[in-house]
Design a protein around this ligand. Structure first.
Ligand code: ATP
Length: 629
């Protein structure tokens, strides 16, 4: 064990302390077996043939903590850092000691400060992804010919984009949504006056003084031409002055005569106009009154029979349910309004600027799907300039997240049986298939996750939050919505029906493993990148450990669980084209037999059949739909 190796292990332990993540705390223990041809036991760590750390890959794990400037200084062989989609804060670290670095992905974190100029010294750098952070200051003058992927969009960078050939070769998308950036390839030109005053940095001053000099010359030429023109006009004027004087005299005379006539007519007209004006005013006041009345009204969706008003909602006992990406959500207790006991009010925020008509159109599109048994119906909405509310039926049995993870290892936990989980998987699949077939022109769901899957009073699964993605402003959507965290959004900035399929796969993995998924972990709760974890389990043939013991003890359900796992992994394929359509998913999930858990079934979690051939299948067999399943 070399001194360097010990140093690298210590540096990883220091990172572990910063992240203080339950999964890493458990996984990064014991000595780091970072030997050639021996896969590292430490999650996310890659090694070289000469036993050095070459890659740190911890995406979407809900990691927090402030990374110090020298956190990676002890890994001279590092070629890859991928910490995207976490909540890590601090500055972009100093990487001047990592001369072999090729891929840096720190996107989707909370990094602030300037982009470290140390990155300029990385001669082998191929990709740099810093989008979706809060970085400030100018872009350093990157010009490594190796650099093929570059993205700093959605930050607060400013100044002119350096004119190096490499930085100029990327499209405007790489620089998108940085208010203070200007010049090509960004869409804001630097010479707009507001821009140059507000944002351009000192280095631009030389350029702008050159421009000023050119403008001054042009203005001088125009001045001379203008002077000659004025003189010519003056001579012309003098010649015509006499003629004009005469004309003016005649005109004044005509005008006096005409004024006398007009005065008589005007007196009559004034009376008519005053009457019309008074009438108009009355109509306007009435219209305004009606508009104000409408403004304070809840608009109930067609077919909804309820009689409460906005005031009833305000007066009702309320309970905050949480703060989601669309705003705060409250439960209001409304005893006895046409059988509706409680409703949920979503106070929307961060929306696109929408007129009343546009908002109403979107809301009606949501309502068009209210008849599907697995979609949560919208009851009413309220629109004003400053306030937009959506009112839904309250789902009495809460959300799927709590059903899976709630009361863990407590006596009060009601077991979440295999058959109930299967029925959730079916209901959500049917709802998604319906949305995919029936919604045109909208992002299908966009935010499918376990807190958006609800259970009503009959334990029927209902999907909520559908149809809202088209209301949210893009920067917010790309920061917070699940679809925008899909692998394809990371690479090509596209969301589609297949992003929903990916989300559905992640949801199935959460259902099967009962592990908190980074995909749907509410704020403050750390999750695991389940797809990576499960793929690894299958690859390394410890499949039996994937399943939650609460279900894996039901041996007769094992066949169905494997089927569900298989379709989940297909849905989680990195490449969207390889994922199945929801119609196929529904067919597969519906074909899984419901096996009722018999009361007397013994705990078989230690049963060898769960580690026999049927479960120790390999990844290719899993994905290819091995006939043994
Ligand atoms: N109609 C409902 N009935 C019961 N609980 C609900 C209902 N709507 C939302 N909730 C619950 O209220 C909480 C807040 O919901 P909200 O939709 O605001 O945020 P979220 O689901 O956590 O995140 P996101 O906004 O990303 O969907 C969640 O726990 C959600 O499950």
């Amino acid at each position: 064990v070399t001194a360097n190796f010990v140093q690298e292990t210590d540096a990883l332990l220091a990172l572990k302390a910063i992240f203080n993540d339950p999964f890493l705390n458990k996984n990064w223990t014991g000595s780091l077996h970072c030997y050639a041809d021996y896969p590292s036991q430490w999650y996310g760590i890659q090694c070289s043939h000469d036993d050095r750390v070459t890659g740190i890959s911890l995406q979407s794990m809900g990691l927090t903590g402030k990374v110090s400037a020298d956190a990676f200084a002890y890994f001279p062989e590092l070629t890859l850092i991928s910490l995207n989609n976490n909540s890590i804060s601090g500055n972009v670290v100093n990487l001047s000691s990592n001369r072999k670095m090729k891929h840096i992905d720190l996107s989707g974190n909370r990094l602030y400060g300037q982009i470290s100029p140390s990155l300029l010294s990385l001669d082998l750098l191929e990709s740099l992804q810093l989008q979706d952070n809060s970085l400030t200051g100018p872009i350093p003058e990157f010009n490594q010919s190796s650099l093929k992927v570059f993205n700093v969009s959605n930050n607060n960078l400013k100044g002119k984009i350096p004119t190096t050939p490499v930085l100029q070769s990327f499209s405007s998308a790489s620089y998108y949504n940085n208010q203070g950036l200007c010049g090509p390839p960004a869409e804001n030109p630097c010479n707009s006056s507001a821009f140059s005053e507000k944002y351009t940095s000192n280095s631009d001053n030389k350029d702008s003084s050159k421009r000023t000099y050119k403008f001054a010359t042009v203005f001088l030429i125009f001045d001379v031409i203008g002077l000659v023109a004025v003189m010519l006009l003056f001579i012309l004027y003098y010649k015509r002055a006499k003629k004009l004087k005469k004309m003016i005299k005649n005109m004044q005379k005509d005008l006096k005569e005409a004024e006398a006539e007009v005065e008589v007519e005007a007196e009559a007209e004034v009376e008519v106009e005053a009457e019309a004006e008074a009438e108009e005013r009355v109509v306007a006041v009435e219209e305004k009154r009606e508009e104000n009345n409408n403004k304070k009204k809840l608009i109930f969706m067609e077919g909804v029979e309820a009689e409460f008003e906005l005031n009833d909602l305000f007066k009702a006992p309320a309970e905050g349910l949480g703060k989601g990406i669309f705003g705060n959500t409250y439960k209001a207790k409304l005893e006895g309004y046409m059988g509706i006991k409680s409703v949920v009010v979503k106070r929307l925020r961060d929306l696109k600027p929408l007129s009343n008509e546009e908002f109403t159109k979107q809301v009606n599109m949501i309502h068009a799907h209210h008849n599907h048994p697995n979609l949560l119906p919208l009851l009413a909405y309220y629109y004003s300039k400053d306030e937009k509310l959506l009112v839904y039926k309250y789902a009495e049995n809460g959300n799927l997240f709590n059903r899976i993870h709630g009361e863990k290892s407590s006596k009060d936990r009601i077991a979440f049986t295999w058959s109930s989980r299967l029925s959730v998987a079916r209901g959500v699949a049917r709802a998604l298939e319906y949305l995919h077939i029936n919604i045109s022109g909208m992002i299908p769901h966009g935010n499918l996750k376990s807190t958006n899957i609800l259970l009503d009073e009959h334990e029927t699964v209902v999907v909520s939050d559908y149809g809202l993605s088209s209301l949210v402003a893009l920067p917010i959507a790309s920061q917070r919505m699940v679809s925008y965290k899909s692998p394809e959004y990371q690479s090509n900035k596209r969301v589609s029906r297949k992003s929903d399929v990916w989300s559905y796969g992640c949801l199935l993995l959460e259902l099967l493993t009962s592990r908190v998924s980074v995909h749907s972990a509410p704020p403050g709760i750390n999750g695991v990148d389940l797809s990576t974890w499960v793929h690894r389990a299958v690859r390394e043939e410890w499949t039996a450990e994937i399943f939650d013991p609460e279900i894996s003890k039901h041996r007769r359900a094992c066949h169905g669980m494997l089927k569900l796992l298989q379709i989940a992994l297909r849905c989680c394929d990195k490449s969207p084209e390889k994922r199945p359509e929801m119609t196929e998913v529904v067919r597969v999930v519906e074909n899984i037999k419901v096996v009722e858990e018999s009361e007397d079934e013994e705990d078989l979690s230690g049963d060898p059949s769960l580690t026999d051939d049927s479960l120790s299948i390999t990844a290719p067999a899993m994905v290819a739909g091995d006939q043994r399943l």
